[in-house]
Design a protein around this ligand. Structure first.
Ligand code: 1HE
Length: 267
């Protein structure tokens, strides 16, 4: 059977200012092979160049079944290292790029699929979604950044439990564990992710950049170092031309107020 062309592993469409990137290997539950990771890299680069935010979702019944185990089983130790480092580079391009990424999760969010979701900035899960790290059962370890990102989201204790026992979390549990930020009805995650992406796309790009790049780095700093860096970023963003116009708009009552959930604007 012919190899699937790398470009067909993902679908790409631009909706308004939001790039929608669909993992597109449903017959293998969107398991990620070497060619697939390159297709994701290409889509990330394209989104960075033309979109203000991006939505990542899976075609078929699942978000992503993680690493392509059939391909991995044939790798030498050094090939395994190179492939893991490539995942790190591509997922790092999502996490530390210039635009916010929202993932829309349904079905299996498993192994490397959870690692990929953890590299996005906001995660929306459908009630059907389930989360697992079956690496222990497969005799392997996480290699797509999970020991750093999933452990920082859920905590090392949760991740250790998931990896040692193969525990499968529901969407509600994943929300309690801080793996996802929104739980929505089945069939609606992509629409919710788009709605959130549109909101982020209307922010000042420099603020988005600061949020997605500074927050995770400051988390890794000592307290005083974090406060020091925060002041510089705060001053840099607040003195940008975009900020000046947005602050003026608020003072001149041209900008939306912050309202309690459910309250009407202007009320
Ligand atoms: C795969 C993969 C895969 C499915 N690599 N081929 N990930 C896992 O350990 C998860 C393994 N997958 C599953 O547990 C299940 O497939 C699912 C829960 C995701 C979906 O179940 P289901 O019943 O809908 O599908 P299925 O019948 O199990 O799979 C359909 C096909 O996809 C089948 O191939 P076919 O040729 O027999 O049709 C499966 O073999 C194939 N398939 N998942 C390869 N992962 C950077 S390090 C990251 C480390 C990890 O990610 S470890 C976790 C790996």
């Amino acid at each position: 059977m012919a190899e699937q062309a790398a470009s067909s592993f993902v679908t790409y469409e631009l909706q308004e200012d939001v790039a929608h990137i669909g993992l597109n290997r449903p017959e293998k539950r969107n398991a990620i092979s070497d060619a697939f990771i390159e297709a994701i890299a290409g889509a990330v680069a394209r989104a960075e160049s033309e979109a203000k935010a991006a939505v990542l979702y899976g075609h078929g019944d699942h978000f992503c079944a993680g690493l392509d185990l059939a391909e991995h089983v044939r790798k030498s130790p050094m090939e395994g290292v190179r492939s893991s480092r490539r995942w790190h580079a591509v997922f790092g391009g999502i996490e530390h790029g210039t635009i916010p990424w929202i993932s829309a999760l349904h079905g299996a969010v498993v192994g490397g699929g959870l690692e990929l979701a953890a590299a996005t900035h906001v995660r929306v899960a459908e009630r059907s979604a389930f989360f697992a790290l079956p690496e222990g059962q497969r005799g392997i370890f996480v290699g797509g950044g999970g020991s750093v990102r999933v452990a920082r989201l859920a905590g090392a204790a949760r991740m250790t439990d998931m990896m040692l026992t193969g525990r499968v979390a529901t969407a509600e549990e994943a929300e309690r564990w801080n793996l996802v930020q929104y739980v929505v009805e089945t069939g609606t995650a992509r629409a919710k992710a788009h709605e959130l992406a549109m909101i982020t796309a209307s922010n000042a790009p420099i603020s988005n950049y600061a949020v997605i790049n500074a927050l995770p780095r400051i988390q890794d700093m000592a307290k005083e170092d974090g406060l020091f860096v925060e002041s510089f970023i705060a001053s840099f963003t607040a003195t940008s031309p975009e900020a000046e116009e947005r602050l003026r708009a608020f003072l001149e009552k041209r900008a939306a107020r912050v309202r309690a959930p459910g309250a009407l604007e202007g009320g």
